[in-house]
Design a protein around this ligand. Sequence first.
Ligand code: DGP
Length: 140
Amino acid sequence: MAYDDNNIFARILRGELPSHRVYEDDQTVAFMDVMPQATGHTLVLPKAPSRNLLDADPAVFASLLSTVQKVARAAKQAFNADGVVVSQFNEAAAGQTVYHLHVHIIPRFEGVPLKPHTGEMEKPEILAANAEKIRAALQG
Ligand code: DGP
């Protein structure tokens, strides 16, 4: 299937829709997931368009994974998490709902179950506060 230039993340990347950004470089962006499965749930995207991993140019993978590692370390530190899940879905049958390649970074805490995927929207002020904590950890 073709890439749709008007998917939500393409619009966020173009600045047409807001997001709580925690990191940006030439090739990648990271912002808070609005329906977090756990405190600090963050998404990392390549700026280059692709629906998902299956149609992506492998040239994006090095920068994408490098940003995933940076943000995963920062999110773990920012929330004093016990671990971090890194996940990525390809097409609807696999759970994908937004069709611009993105990687989920989900801090995990011993004994705390994950909330459902694409469940409740988090309050903007909480997303803003959590983004600030990750930005601070990235600078530390
Ligand atoms: P998926 O395509 O299933 O890997 O997940 C998409 C994720 O994106 C899901 O966890 C919810 C989140 N999400 C959906 N709409 C928006 C949005 O407008 N802004 C942000 N920041 N996240 C979104």
